[in-house]
Design a protein around this ligand. Structure first.
Ligand SMILES: *[C@@H]1O[C@H](CO)[C@@H](O)[C@H](O)[C@H]1NC(C)=O
Ligand SMILES: *[C@@H]1O[C@H](CO)[C@@H](O)[C@H](O)[C@H]1NC(C)=O
Ligand SMILES: *[C@@H]1O[C@H](CO)[C@@H](O)[C@H](O)[C@H]1NC(C)=O
Ligand SMILES: *[C@@H]1O[C@H](CO)[C@@H](O)[C@H](O)[C@H]1NC(C)=O
Ligand SMILES: *[C@@H]1O[C@H](CO)[C@@H](O)[C@H](O)[C@H]1NC(C)=O
Ligand SMILES: *[C@@H]1O[C@H](CO)[C@@H](O)[C@H](O)[C@H]1NC(C)=O
Length: 452
């Protein structure tokens, strides 16, 4: 007992312990406070094997002062291959300028591309944008600590790259001269497109093993804009100037060949009503969003759902290959969009198989797109108690040419006066979420038939 404790202390004290499995950081600026300072909320994931931790520190510029930091476990693989923590850091910055935070330590888990130290940089710019009249928010994304692919299978990882300001998001590998990683050698087995798709081409057993993937995600304005620091301090930036940059780092595990790459045999296949990759879902403050995820495989057993997202996402399992992720945003997330990514893991002869990676973006508050406006056709629901709407999609798939019937079951969670408009917009939003989960793009013609 005392010996193992000593060993643990020695391991913790050693900067050479290999356990890092990547990080992601995103941020939202908050409104300016009366004293003129700006609050920025930074969320980050830290991934480790077995144990570990690290602290983001100021690298360049005026990073302001840290007013709060909370750390929580997001998820963990059952065999303890990895875990992911989420940190939420709030900083108060008086000077509306740009600054960089960085993470630096040793060492990554051993990998085929020879990355040992870990290093990551986030660029925050709090200047007022001329196009949005507010400071820039970073692209929103997340990723699991480890994604698997058998060496003989082709697979594309289409990373989530959602920008709250509507900017163009591009991905590139980290650059050592910008201290974005050290060293930055990309995995030889991946091809990266600027639109943030990582393509793995089928290869041989000689390429099997873990790779450290060290990406940088940046947002570019779609036209020349002015960044205003207050007073006469202005800078114009073009469509070639990134406004922010964030790290996206994780492990790609290339596994031994599988007898068949067809999804649904060894590799689990997603089934309806699992939302499509990069789907946009909507919910409100204090309202739980349920995301149903179904998957199946013939020659392996679906064993667990692995996910990354806000730490207060809950997971429930309702049957073989049937999972639900539930998330209830709090007041502080009003107007924000949070990323959730997931993979289903299956087992066969203690070999692990991953489904494709899917991610959704969950926007909190009213759907800003014009198609979100409820149409005035159809009966208007009568005012009543607060409906906590948990929609149930109809059975089977429905051809596009026919009306889609979605049954909604409402639970009364409290008795308060609500306007008809409140109920109508809640129901329309839930309907739209269901359509997205079915892989359809809701048009303006979302009509309510019957009473709510
Ligand atoms: C940002 O600039 C707009 C005008 O371009 C101004 O109306 C707004 O008050 C500014 N916001 C802040 C927080 O300075
Ligand atoms: C890395 O950044 C430096 C400095 O900005 C730049 O000169 C160089 O071209 C970059 N390297 C790559 C591979 O993009
Ligand atoms: C920025 O652009 C505006 C309008 O396009 C122009 O009037 C201004 O002089 C430019 N400022 C700088 C610093 O280039
Ligand atoms: C959400 O719940 C909290 C705590 O119960 C409450 O203080 C807040 O007013 C609620 N916000 C909304 C928009 O319902
Ligand atoms: C998640 O689980 C916790 C702990 O059981 C509970 O307090 C919370 O309300 C749950 N959240 C959702 C969205 O179901
Ligand atoms: C599982 O392992 C056994 C013995 O190692 C082997 O005979 C069998 O074919 C394997 N099954 C699958 C589905 O790979």
């Amino acid at each position: 007992m005392s010996l193992s404790l000593l060993l643990l202390l020695l391991l913790l004290g050693s900067s050479q312990t290999s356990h890092f499995m990547g990080t992601v950081m995103t941020f939202y600026p908050k409104d300016r406070s009366p004293d003129g300072s700006v609050t920025v909320v930074l969320r980050y994931k830290l991934n480790f094997h077995a144990f570990g931790g690290d602290t983001w520190r100021c690298f360049r510029g005026n990073c302001g002062s840290q007013s709060s930091l909370t750390l929580n476990r997001v998820s963990q693989e059952s065999s303890a291959k990895w875990y992911q923590d989420e940190g939420v850091m709030t900083r108060q910055v008086l000077d509306r300028g740009a600054f960089q935070l960085w993470l630096s330590g040793a060492a990554w888990i051993s990998n085929r591309n020879g990355i040992s130290s870990w290093r990551a940089v986030t660029l925050v710019d709090l200047r007022n944008r001329s196009d949005t009249s507010r400071a820039n928010a970073s692209p929103q994304t997340t990723i699991l600590p480890l994604v698997r692919v058998p060496s003989n299978c082709q697979r594309d990882f289409n990373l989530l790259a959602f920008d709250p300001d509507g900017d163009e998001v591009r991905c590139r590998y980290g650059n050592a001269s910008l201290t974005e990683c050290s060293p930055c050698t990309p995995p030889s087995v991946l091809r990266l497109s600027p639109s943030c798709t990582l393509s793995f081409g089928a290869t041989t057993s000689s390429d099997e093993g873990p790779y450290a993937v060290q990406l940088v995600m940046e947002d570019f304005p779609r036209q020349t804009i002015t960044l205003n620091q207050g007073g006469s301090f202005q800078t114009n930036i073009t469509t070639n100037n990134a406004i922010s940059k964030i790290p996206v780092q994780f492990v790609l595990q290339v596994d031994p060949a599988v007898p068949s790459c067809t999804e649904g045999l060894y590799l689990p296949a997603f089934l309806p009503p699992t939302p499509a990759n990069r789907a946009r879902l909507y919910t409100h403050v204090n309202q739980t969003l349920d995301i149903s995820i179904n998957a199946a495989a013939t020659f392996s057993m679906v064993s667990e759902l692995l996910f990354s997202g806000p730490h207060n996402v809950n997971q429930t399992r309702s049957g073989p290959g049937q999972f639900t992720l539930s998330w209830m945003p709090s007041q502080s997330e009003e107007g924000e969009s949070q990323p959730i990514c997931f993979i289903v893991q299956a087992l066969s002869n203690s070999t692990k198989y991953h489904s494709e990676l899917r991610c959704v973006i969950v926007s909190v508050g009213n759907d800003p797109s014009p198609s979100a406006e409820p149409t005035s056709e159809g009966p208007t629901p009568s005012a009543g108690p607060t409906p906590s709407v948990r929609p149930t999609p109809s059975e089977g798939s429905t051809p596009l040419s026919q009306p889609i019937v979605i049954r909604l079951t409402a639970r009364i969670s409290s008795v308060v006066a609500l306007t008809e408009e409140d109920i109508r917009s809640t129901v329309v939003q839930q309907l739209k979420n269901e359509l997205v989960k079915l892989g359809l793009t809701p048009s303006a013609n979302v009509t309510l038939l019957g009473n709510v």
